[in-house]
Design a protein around this ligand. Structure first.
Ligand SMILES: [Zn+2]
Length: 373
């Protein structure tokens, strides 16, 4: 009896020891997983890129597209404060500041009060910053990430604010916004030079090698004086800059980087209900996302978020042949209120599952990075 009591106590102690040991180990591994958040953030926005737009690319090809590589996805509600159907300004403001606002507003809340955006938070937290778009740099979506203005039409005001922001890498069109009578200050290009920017242009034969610039440089690369050309005309640089841009930003001795990328001209092709132009843009978009996903995979510390600001054209896939062609039908030449897909890859990607408001993108990113708005 006594012997079996001793044996029982011995076995009990062994059991407690095993439970404690494994328990402690398990806790440590969970703690490590919880604290390993993303270092770099890339937010990719397809302007007007709803589910039918993505389906067009998926169904037109026999091979799987980049969209099928993602494991974490959800849907985003895009309505603005003033309207069920948002414009790009209010949608960008919601994603970049966490506040719903009225259509056409840039970086202001519903009461027209300036609200802190992700670019400002990134800089306050010692992050390097970048913007790559196929629109002018002053266009509503990029502007929503760095500027504050009552109306997206105030290009001069938005350009002046961009010049003062010290964003490390800027690639897009609209050189003219920085050098003409639209600005109260006529020579914003001189201001950029004085602030240490290297001003580059798209060369017809060879793209500027932005990866070749050192960590202390700042680059503004104009791809055109006004609106850049569409993908249908043979524009090829967008995926290429998406390939090199993250490597340039990663060189900098900062805590990480925030890169905002927009495939802007999907929206233009959809507004004009041009199936040919749209198909060229969505294919270019896929190549750009592929380049960014390739970086995120190799880097391992980068969270890539792919979504849209709203759906455009009420696109429907009416007929076609799988893997060969799809016949498209447009129900409007404006935007719609349809929910848009969101995809995420990298540390923290699982947080982007579900159905939620576009303002949650800001909340999720700031929570993952412990940034206090
Ligand atoms: Zn639009």
């Amino acid at each position: 009896m006594q012997y079996s009591n001793i044996k029982f106590n011995y076995l009990l102690k062994c059991l407690i020891l095993v439970v404690c040991t494994f328990g402690i180990n398990t806790d440590i591994s969970f703690a490590q997983n919880d604290t390993t958040g993303p270092k770099n953030i890339i937010i990719f926005i397809g302007d007007g890129m709803g589910l039918s737009q993505i389906s067009t690319e998926i169904l037109s090809h026999k091979k799987p597209t980049v969209f099928e590589s993602f494991k974490h996805m959800g849907f985003v509600k895009t309505h603005s404060h003033s309207s069920l159907v948002t414009d790009s300004g209010a949608a960008a403001t919601a994603m970049a500041t966490g506040k719903k606002t009225y259509n056409n507003a840039i970086g202001l809340d519903k009461d027209s009060i300036a609200v802190t955006n992700l670019m400002e938070l990134a800089q306050a937290n010692n992050y390097s910053t970048g913007i790559i778009v196929t629109s002018p740099l002053t266009h509503a979506t990029p502007a929503g990430f760095y500027a504050h203005s009552k109306h997206r039409i105030n290009k001069g005001e938005i350009a002046e604010q961009l010049v003062q922001k010290d964003i490390d890498l800027l690639i897009g069109g609209g050189r003219d916004d920085f050098n003409n009578e639209n600005s109260t200050e006529l020579y914003l290009l001189d201001t950029l030079k004085n602030k240490g920017y290297t001003i580059l242009s798209n060369n017809e034969n060879e793209l500027p090698n932005i990866q070749g610039y050192g960590p202390d440089s700042k680059i503004i690369l104009f791809t055109s004086d006004f609106l850049p050309s569409g993908a249908i005309t043979g524009r090829e640089y967008f995926p290429q800059y998406c390939k090199t841009g993250p490597y340039y930003l990663r060189k900098k001795e900062t805590e990480g980087f925030l890169l905002m990328v927009e495939s802007s001209q999907l929206d233009i092709s959809l507004h004009s209900n041009s199936a040919l132009e749209f198909k060229a843009e969505i294919h270019d978009t896929e190549k750009a996302i592929e380049a960014l996903l390739d970086f995120a995979r190799k880097d391992g510390n980068t969270l890539l978020i792919v979504t849209a600001d709203h759906e455009t054209s009420g696109l429907a896939i009416a007929d076609g042949k799988i893997g060969r062609k799809v016949d498209l039908a447009f129900t409007t030449n404006g935007h719609t209120a349809a929910l848009v897909p969101i995809f995420a890859y990298g540390p923290g990607a699982e947080n982007f599952k579900g159905i939620y408001d576009n303002t949650e993108i800001f909340n999720k990113v700031t929570q993952l990075l412990n940034w206090n708005p």
